[in-house]
Design a protein around this ligand. Sequence first.
Ligand SMILES: O=C(O)CNC(=O)[C@H](CS)NC(=O)CCC(=O)C(=O)O
Length: 275
Amino acid sequence: MANLMVLQMTSCPDVESNLAFVESQLAGLTVTEPTMVVLPECFACFGGGDNAQANIAETIGNGPVQQRLAQLAKTFGVWIVAGSFPTRNSFDHRFSASCLVFNDQGELIADYQKIHLFDVQVADNTGRYAESASTQPGNKIVCFDSPFGRVGVAICYDLRFAGLFQAMGEIDVLVLPAAFTAVTGQAHWLPLLRARAIELQCYVAAANQTGIHANGRQTYGHSSVISPWGEVLVELPAATGLVGTKIDYALLADIRQRMPVGQHNCFRSTFVEPR
Ligand SMILES: O=C(O)CNC(=O)[C@H](CS)NC(=O)CCC(=O)C(=O)O
C-alpha cells in the first residue's frame, strides 16, 4: 500500500515561515508505508513579487532550500514533490519554475520545469498575469518510477493542455502543484483534474495554494486527490493542511482492464517510450 497526500498552504513571501509550516505538517504524520506529499506551486515564497522569487532561486541540486527539503524528506520518511521552486541556470536571465522530487532518503530524483506559463488576463484584482516575464519555460516532459508506480509531473497552468498528459504515456499517478486563482479555479479546477484522471486512468494528487496572499491575490484551494475513475476522494476546500488517501492498485488495474483506453487510443503518444 502507499499514501498520496497533498499539502494546502497560504504561502507568504517569507521562506522560513513557509518551510516551518511544511515541517510542522510533516511532523504530525505517522508514516508506516510509502507516503508521497505534494506541496503547492511557490510553496516557499508567494506574493512577494518576482524579485522575491529571483532572490531565492537556486541551481538544481544545490542550495539551502533544497538541503532543507532533503532533510525533511529523510527525517519524516516521506517523498516530497516540492511544488514549484525557482531554479537558475546559466543560459537565461529568468528563473525556471521547477518541481523538485525528493525520495524518502532525501535524494533529489527528478526535476521538472513548468512548460506552460500563465500569461493570461483574469477578472480578479491582479488582472494581468505575465509569468513569462520572470520565468523561463521548460521543454521536457518528466515521468519517473517510484514505489507509488509511474508518476507524471505537471504544474498549475499545464493542467489545461491535454496534449502534455497524452504524451506522458501510461502513468499511475499525476502530481500537480498549483497556485490556481480563485476565479479560474472556481470555474475549471475540479473539472480539469477529474478529466485528467479519467483520460489517463490514474490518480491525480493536486496541491493548491488557498486564501488571500500578501500581494492581494486570491487562490482557490480545493486541493484534492482524484481516483482513476474520476472521483474526488479527498478535498480540502479552504483551510490549510494535509489530506490524503491510499492508492488502490487493484482498482487501477480493474479500470484499465475493463476499459483499455490506453490501448484504444488512436492518438497515443510516440513521444515517450511505452513502459
Ligand atoms: O507568479 C507567481 O508568483 C507564482 N506563479 C503562479 O501563481 C502561476 C503563474 S502566475 N499561476 C498559475 O499558473 C495559475 C493558473 C491558473 O490559475 C489557471 O490556469 O486558471
